[in-house]
Design a binder for this molecule. Structure first.
Ligand code: ADP
Ligand code: MG
Length: 396
């Protein structure tokens, strides 16, 4: 059996950040910090309903090299946009932050809301590089936020715990970037552990580590990035949130977290058909997360395939957030030997996941590529991911 890969020192990225930092800032960085992207194994659109999610940190990381300055200036650059952005800590408010730098600078601002004294703090220089695919639903945004959060937490000696840093990243994304997201992505990126998932209660923000054991069971998690992005994704997301809130209110619940599978008969009588189906997705998806956690613990990962399949059907038919490309990816992967597959992420495009026996990864990959070509769709991007450790300082 092959040992699980170690990502304590993502060597290529470190070299690149080290070299670019010196070229850009004429100094060596004081240190390097890194944070992973994430994939959500199950629990979709449950986060803003106070429910459960089960993401894991992946072996794709964002690395930041950082050094404190003696004045109040912040200078930040990335391989993604090498033009350095400069701002004084005196001007660091969400309204002044734009584009990609709103993610890292938003974190610096948000730390001020969680204990950092930005009136006296010194500025810093940072260079960022990443091998998390951007915009593929693997949360490159949480990776950059979490890498900067752990770096500043160390250099500014804030002593904040990871759970708090996840809220810092969420605040940055909500206020500086303007995306109304929960804290699942940051929690996975900060709390993840190798070969394990993060079972997160989005109401209490309590989390538990749940061993996955994919490789020991001869399984790989294959990502099928359709590269499709639909323009109605934002509107569709807002409409689904509104349906969930309306459904909870009509059922007299604070949130759909408080509605159980046993309440669905009553819900069917009280709600219009569309709202009922939106509610049924969230209520059954919460139950599927709980069932997946229990199944992983009691029977191991080979037994979770049916739960992944049921999650996809629920998103396709009840929540209506899948698209033809995702349905084709899921159906083809299953026919070619995956033991369970589902779309992952907010929907209307993005990626699917397929839990696949190691020996069948080439066959599933070939089948999906062929099916997309036959349907006249652009070629999807397929690759495997492994559950990796969360954010932290890179050992010297
Ligand atoms: P996802 O999180 O699914 O990858 P988002 O749209 O939430 O997609 O976040 C992607 C954005 O995050 C990018 O457009 C960019 O602004 C910012 N970002 C992510 N990674 C980096 C990076 N390494 N350097 C600079 N900006 C980044
Ligand atoms: Mg994101």
């Amino acid at each position: 059996m092959t040992a699980s890969p170690s990502f304590d020192r993502p060597a290529d990225l470190l070299d690149s950040v080290d070299g670019c930092f010196q070229t850009r800032f004429n100094h060596t960085p004081a240190g390097f910090w890194s944070a992973p992207g994430r994939v959500n194994l199950i629990g979709e659109h449950t986060d803003y309903n106070d429910g459960y999610v089960l993401p894991f940190a992946i072996d794709r990381r964002t690395v930041v090299g950082m050094r404190l300055r003696e004045d109040r200036l912040v200078r930040i650059a990335s391989s993604f946009a090498e033009e350095a952005i400069e701002i004084s800590l005196d001007e660091l408010i969400p309204e002044n932050l734009h584009g990609w730098s709103a993610y890292p600078l938003g974190v610096a601002w948000a730390l001020g809301r969680f204990g950092a004294d930005l009136k006296v703090a010194v500025g810093f220089e940072a260079f960022i590089d990443s091998d998390v695919p951007i915009g593929a639903g693997l949360s490159s945004s949480a990776a950059i936020e979490s890498a900067v959060a752990v770096a500043l937490n160390d250099l500014w000696r804030l002593g904040l715990d990871r759970r708090t840093l996840a809220r810092v990243g969420q605040l940055a994304e909500n206020r500086a970037v303007g995306a109304p997201t929960g804290s699942m992505d940051q929690s996975a990126s900060l709390l993840g552990q190798a070969d394990a998932a993060v079972f997160l209660d989005c109401r209490s923000l309590d989390s538990e580590i749940v061993p996955l054991g994919f490789q020991a069971a001869g399984l790989e998690l294959l990502i099928i990035d359709t590269r499709v992005s639909h323009s109605h994704a934002t509107g569709g997301y807002a409409a689904r949130r509104a349906s969930c809130e309306a459904g909870a209110a009509m059922l007299g619940a604070t949130s759909l977290r408080d509605v159980g599978v046993g309440d669905l008969d009553r819900a069917r009588e009280l709600l219009d058909d569309e709202t009922f189906r939106r509610v049924r997705h969230v209520v059954t998806e919460d139950q599927r997360v709980l069932d997946t956690v229990r199944t992983l613990r009691e029977k191991g990962p080979i037994a979770i395939g049916a739960l992944l399949d049921a999650s996809h059907v629920s998103m396709r038919d009840d929540f209506e957030i899948s698209v033809a490309e995702l349905d084709l990816a899921v159906a083809t992967a299953r026919e070619a030997g995956a033991i369970g597959a589902r779309m992952t992420g907010g929907g209307f495009g993005g990626a699917a996941i397929a839990l696949t026996p190691q020996a069948l990864v080439p066959a599933v990959t070939a089948a999906v590529l062929a099916a997309f070509a036959a349907a006249g769709y652009a070629a999807p991007n397929l690759f495997t991911v492994h559950a990796a450790d969360g954010a932290g300082a890179v050992p010297a």
